[in-house]
Design a protein around this ligand. Structure first.
Ligand SMILES: C[S@@+](CC[C@H](N)C(=O)[O-])C[C@H]1O[C@@H](n2cnc3c(N)ncnc32)[C@H](O)[C@@H]1O
Length: 285
């Protein structure tokens, strides 16, 4: 077991593979994403460009969930597992366009992208066209204490204690495979407690099998938890069930299907009636 400069634990074989072989596999096989143990593909957006999902997300999303630049001073958005930041930046532009008639999202929407992979975060920072509005940090969202400390510190700059919107797209499977059932449920609970609205894209079970197969094909064994996972099958349903039953959230919309036949599920905290939230008030929890 080794530890990257960013503190991420890797088996030395996995680390060697990620740094050396993955790029060549991707280049050689074109659409085959290769194997990256945490989904930290170095060229993720060449095989899943931001537009694949942005076309499903209405430009009026913020307005639809009750925020507008006229009434809301600051909107805080968290993008969990942001990879190299391409989607984060594209989303910012996407949301900006709805406000063209009055104020733009610049200075109004504040986006924070976080990822486990320090190298990807560095790339995101270096190519960030909106450093005043978009920030990137290295963070393991499976680590409760660090997440709360680092995210809390970001939010405090805005006098807030939770994000207006959190995106968790194509991340749950990696936490699940690497940390197990409990960690998956804890992640969902953590995100629900950290935001008013959650846009979630879970990976279907067939992706778990493909990820495990890719790893095995390369002689790297299985993900630590793959064989013992009890939560399996309809992953959207499992996530929805946990968020609704245990986290005080409700599913308000589904945007689907993506080019990969996945749905983006929009959840809102139960206490919030969509479109009627007092978005100018700092959140209290
Ligand atoms: C398949 S990519 C998805 C990227 C982006 N969310 C999207 O949908 O465009 C998964 C990302 O999740 C990140 N990731 C996996 N486990 C994580 C964790 N525990 N904390 C933070 N990021 C994580 C990986 O490093 C990778 O960049």
């Amino acid at each position: 077991m080794g530890v990257t400069p960013s503190g991420v634990k890797f088996s030395t074989r996995k680390f060697f593979y990620r740094r050396t072989k993955m790029a060549s596999t991707v280049q050689r096989e074109g659409s085959d994403p290769g194997a990256a143990p945490y989904g930290n593909f170095i060229n993720y957006y060449t095989f899943n460009p931001p537009e694949n999902r942005l076309t499903l997300i209405p430009r009026t999303l913020l307005r639809d969930i009750g925020y507008s630049s006229e009434t809301s001073e600051n909107i805080t958005v968290l993008d969990v597992g942001c990879n190299s930041g391409d989607f984060t930046v594209a989303l910012y532009r996407h949301l900006q366009e709805q406000e063209s008639s009055s104020r733009t999202a610049e200075g109004w929407v504040h986006l924070l992208g976080c990822d486990l992979d320090e190298g990807l975060i560095l790339r995101a920072e270096q190519s960030n066209p909106f450093p005043n509005s978009i920030s990137f940090i290295h963070l393991d969202v499976a680590n409760d204490e660090h997440s709360r400390t680092q995210l809390g510190s970001y939010l405090s700059k805005f006098g807030r204690s939770s994000f207006d919107l959190c995106l968790c797209l194509a991340v749950t499977m990696w936490v699940h495979l690497n940390h197990g059932d409990e960690a998956l449920l804890e992640l969902l609970s953590r995100l629900a407690s950290l935001c008013h609205h959650l846009l979630l894209e879970t990976q279907p079970w067939k992706c778990y099998r493909s990820a495990a197969r890719r790893l095995r094909k390369l002689g790297r064994g299985d993900f630590e938890h793959f064989k013992t996972l009890k939560i399996r099958g309809d992953m959207e349903e499992h996530a929805r069930d946990h968020l609704v039953r245990n986290c005080g959230m409700k599913l308000v919309r589904s945007f689907g299907s993506t080019a990969w036949d996945r749905t983006l599920m929009l959840f809102t905290r139960n206490a919030i009636e969509v479109g009627k939230e007092e978005s100018t008030q700092p959140s209290t929890n």
